[in-house]
Design a protein around this ligand. Structure first.
Ligand code: RNT
Ligand code: ZN
Length: 431
């Protein structure tokens, strides 16, 4: 297949017609493009290497319910290759992006450093790279894939020594996030997700939750003097994971209440609920009380919470809700998926472009008009217009957005992926 770009006069004409069509329903396509490009989307570093990280552990580790399946060739072998792959993806993505790093991607220079001893300098390569790319960084505590996480419990572990180790990890990560935020002059989201939970029939659902509250409080304690301006602590709940099907200590209810009571941010991951449960209806409910939310844009398929994001109804509904509520400045958007079965850079590009498409399509909705029709009791007009919107010339506006941003329109980006495969796969597989 030849991956050519829709371009030239034809696409200019297509965009002019699309702009006019949106104009007739009171939507300014130019403004929608501008706003869609300005919203930061944080790209998770862990899609690059199947959540492996850069540590080397002697013993076999439990993945904490996180499992990237597939063996597609070309996986990056070190930090430089991960960054090169991220840069390759970023070059195909229109709009503002950030990069989201996990603590297990530290690069200490003098041999291994345990998670409780991590310091900002262990991330200096990431920082230098982010500066060169002109992007902000986000950060994550890594409470999994570690010998002290093998029992399925970390901060909620019954053993106080193990809990103290993970508290030290949390504090270390807050200092790193603060440093990243301050250095790049862009507040760093520090997301705390932990796998603690039980496969089957826990006799005690109470004790671990009480311990988790204490552990988180110890991490967030004022005495550590971490600036909340630069380090934006966020907590992410989950209903179940692989190996924690029956019970996850940090459920959504737990964290929604915890975040609110501690004045920190809640994260909603689209894949962390019952298999058919969606998150769009939760946004307006939570934002009545919470100041902000972090959204982990993802796609659940059966028991997997992390398939590559597609431009589907669930993602569209999320952005419709945010835009209809005028809440773009109250949400942070981060991607969270991992798939090792197809080209990993393409996975980034598909998911990140799909996310921004959903944002653009929400911004192309005449939200005021729809809400007015509803208030006036004109239900048929509202529903009719909603249906017609679905077949409006969205593609021409999306292609325009890509061109405005200097990024390939249509499927032309796949040519770059194929070129990368020809160079990098043989080099990385030692052929
Ligand atoms: C796991 C959570 C979490 C992770 C990353 C690796 O279920 O979604 O966000 O995906 O921390
Ligand atoms: Zn997540």
């Amino acid at each position: 297949m030849k991956w050519t770009e829709p371009g030239g006069k034809d696409s200019d004409r297509a965009y002019a017609a699309a702009r006019k069509a949106y104009g007739t329903i009171g939507v300014d396509a130019e403004q929608a493009i501008e706003r869609a490009l300005a919203m930061p989307v944080s790209l998770h570093c862990w899609q690059a290497d199947d959540v492996q990280g850069l540590e080397r552990h002697e013993e076999a580790l439990e993945g904490g319910g996180i499992l990237a399946t597939g063996g597609y060739p070309g996986r990056p072998r070190n930090g430089d290759e991960i960054r090169a792959d991220l840069a390759r993806a970023l070059a195909l993505l229109p709009g503002v992006h950030r990069v989201n790093i996990h603590a297990l991607y530290a690069e200490p220079e003098d041999g291994p450093v345990d998670r409780d001893a991590l310091r900002p300098e262990h991330f200096k390569r990431w920082l230098a790279w982010a500066k060169a790319q002109g992007i902000g960084l986000d950060f994550n505590t890594s409470f999994f894939a570690h010998p002290k996480a093998n029992d399925g419990y970390t901060l909620a572990h019954p053993d106080p020594a193990i809990r103290r180790f993970w508290v030290r990890h949390g504090v270390a990560c807050r200092r790193i996030a603060e440093h990243m935020g301050r250095t790049l002059k862009s507040p760093c989201t520090l997301n705390h997700w932990l796998p603690d939970g039980a496969k089957d029939s826990p006799a005690d659902r109470w004790g671990p939750r009480a311990r988790l509250v204490k552990g988180l409080d110890a991490i967030l304690a004022e005495k550590h003097k971490v600036s909340r301006r630069w380090c934006r602590d966020t907590v992410e709940g989950k209903l179940f994971g692989i190996g924690s099907e029956d019970y996850v200590v940090g459920s959504n209810e737990f964290y929604a209440a915890y975040a609110l009571s501690r004045g920190i941010r809640l994260c909603l991951d689209m894949g962390h609920f019952h298999p058919t449960e969606t998150i769009h209806d939760k946004i307006s409910a939570l934002l009545c009380f919470h100041r902000e939310l972090l959204l982990h844009v993802s796609r659940p398929v059966r028991w997997d919470s992390d398939h590559i994001v597609l431009f589907n109804d669930d993602v569209r509904a999320v952005f419709q809700e945010v835009v209809r509520g005028g809440a773009l400045d109250r949400v942070a958007v981060a991607l969270d998926f991992f798939d090792a079965s197809i080209n990993r850079i393409a996975a980034y590009v598909i998911g990140a472009r799909a996310t921004r498409k959903a944002l653009l399509s929400a911004l192309l909705e005449p939200a005021d008009a729809l809400q007015r029709l509803e208030r006036e009791g004109k239900g048929a007009q509202k529903l009719g217009l909603m249906e017609e919107l679905k077949t409006m010339p969205f593609g021409a506006v999306w292609d325009r957005l890509c061109r405005v941003a200097g990024r390939p329109a249509g499927a032309a980006w796949l040519a770059d992926i194929e070129a990368w495969e020809r160079e990098a796969i043989p080099a990385r597989s030692g052929r």
